[in-house]
Design a protein around this ligand. Sequence first.
Ligand code: AMP
Ligand code: MG
Length: 525
Amino acid sequence: MMVEKVPSSSLAMQSPARIDRRSELARARGDSSLRRLDRVTTTPEVLQVANQFATELPELSLPWQAEEAPDPRVLVLNKSLAVELGIDPETLRGEDGARLLAGNLVPAGATPVAQAYAGHQFGGYSPRLGDGRALLIGELTDRDGRLRDLHLKGSGRTPFSRGADGRAAIGPMLREYVISEAMHALGVPTTRSLAVVATGRQVRRETDLPGAVLARVASSHLRVGSFQYVAASGDVDLLRRLADHAIGRHHPEAATAENPPLALLEAVATSQADLVARWMLVGFVHGVMNTDNMTISGETIDYGPCAFMEAFDPATVYSSIDTGGRYAYGNQPLVAEWNLARFAETLLPLIADDQDRAVELATQALGTFRSRYGAAYATGLLAKMGFASGPDDAVAVDLGEQLLVLLRESHVDWTSGFRALGAAARGDAELFRGLFVDLPGIDAWLHRWRDHGPDADLMDRTNPVYVPRNHLVEEALDAATAGDLAPVHELLAAVQHPFDERPGLERFAEPAPQDFGRYTTYCGT
Ligand code: AMP
Ligand code: MG
């Protein structure tokens, strides 16, 4: 992976040296469709937030307000997350809760902002993206003393909307809610979903759809694209402040390292290696791994055209716009590494004065991604097969490689296939054998695998029964759009306890029926 002194995207050449955000804001305010509302705040007893990002890095955001929702109503509320954040769920359920979650009522102390960032989208660089339909309300301190962003998505136009409507429909917002909560329950680091509120306004898409706002919680919304935005401005002092902010918030151990920016790069590479390994192990396809959708914290962010793979195939793609398969399941580790190289490029001016030396150090640091990813993936795959050993268990690693070949040849469903292997570890191999066309091949494999002593309990703790199956997600979102939330709640109940097999939930454990056909997802919706 190449780190380039003059990045392939030629950041400095493509973007103006500095973006004059004051005049940008003035222009945006002149647009009559972007009326600023008078801010109405709660009392501190109801909810209070901090403005650390807005005040420490004012160059990276614009104070802004949500569009008025005519009739806000809470559709789903994450009570346990509210409690974790120190918010009384009854407050959110109460009279002002929906207004608060739609952004029309602002917590005490809040200065909501639209964040600025840049990003490579499908490999092409955009110097200015930013929150086109989202606002950072502020930061909360959770029960464990950690700072968490409270952020709204679908809250109306901002100066970063680039001609789009700033809105979201309830389907895609509920989709983010369901899938992010499923990921959390699967043990995958992710932004969380606090609530989805219907706005009471129709949103124009291919048809008119009911609009919604998602209240999202994240350990921060700093992205690779945040660094790209600052690097493009050429303002090294601002870059240093951003790096210090990111270190303080996510990787504090880097502050005392010999070279803190380099240690930050290593820490981000490590957390992304662990994250992407987890995606691969649960069969998650993100679908739009642009650099603006890659966090500095190592949390999964932006559930757009994502989906869970069923039949195992590294070439699996769901997104309608990913025609080249850039973000296919099997490409995700490589794309993460590519994105990290773009991140590394932004840090070069901080890593060393001598830019050749900086490139050398950054390239070395990036090298940690491959080895860390390889070890995390191998350890995880071994656990899925019932082995608690690590990547130096050569027999287990060989068994893993062979199993992947067999799974692929027979188009075995990733999730239920491993669960069936768990049953085989308990002595009943028939369900598992029945998934393969090459019976002598899988029998020989099973023989060697049993000889290596798989642990059935480890497998049941590691291999989920329930993931948000694409056909069930679609079914639930269609029902919700038509006004029936029951299927969303049923799906949530299944995926929030993914390892705990329960009678009556069989349909949530099965792959899509044949007639569901090839699945396609759409983003920006
Ligand atoms: P995403 O693909 O969701 O990561 O979004 C990429 C960029 O498009 C971000 O800058 C978003 O804020 C912006 N965007 C997506 N949908 C809309 C919309 N309906 N209105 C305004 N901006 C949007
Ligand atoms: Mg995004």
